[in-house]
Design a protein around this ligand. Structure first.
Ligand SMILES: Nc1ncnc2c1ncn2[C@@H]1O[C@H](COP(=O)(O)OP(=O)(O)OP(=O)(O)O)[C@@H](O)[C@H]1O
Ligand SMILES: [Mg+2]
Length: 113
């Protein structure tokens, strides 16, 4: 199992979710976050509102998937979020040790999707 974390531009969220749904990936956590990349929030200001401390508004997606969905999930995010401009975002793929569905007691592969 993998835990996929992506930080993207807020105005790309809708398109990323649309492509994820097309690929049957429906379970997702979405947060509004502040962040900065290698431009340290400076050159990118024209794409968003500047916050104190040179942090820019971003959207974070978190998706836990079985191995067979890793590639399609990452591809969907990359496709939906890419404009070719700085600040398009990043995707991180982490090993996921365990997952529990609280209601049923299922674990692992059964609990994840
Ligand atoms: N190494 C990192 N660790 C934690 N968060 C990061 C890291 N790199 C990027 N982020 C998060 O992702 C957001 C988007 O990053 P961004 O796309 O600007 O990356 P970048 O490396 O600066 O690439 P680019 O040159 O294309 O802008 C950042 O605002 C930050 O929230
Ligand atoms: Mg950047």
């Amino acid at each position: 199992m993998k835990y996929i974390i992506a930080v993207i531009q807020p105005d790309r969220l809708e398109e990323v979710l649309r492509i994820l749904e097309e690929k049957e990936i429906h379970l997702v956590t979405v947060s509004s976050v502040l962040g900065r990349g290698r431009q340290k929030g400076i050159s990118e200001v024209y794409r968003g509102h500047k916050e104190g401390g040179r942090l820019l508004k971003k959207v974070k997606l978190e998706i836990a998937v079985n191995e067979e969905f890793v590639k399609s999930t990452v591809d969907a995010i990359k496709e939906g979020a890419r404009t070719g401009h700085i600040g398009d975002g990043k995707v991180f793929v982490l090993d996921l040790q365990e997952c529990f569905r609280i209601r049923t007691g299922e674990t692992g592969k059964d609990a994840i999707g």
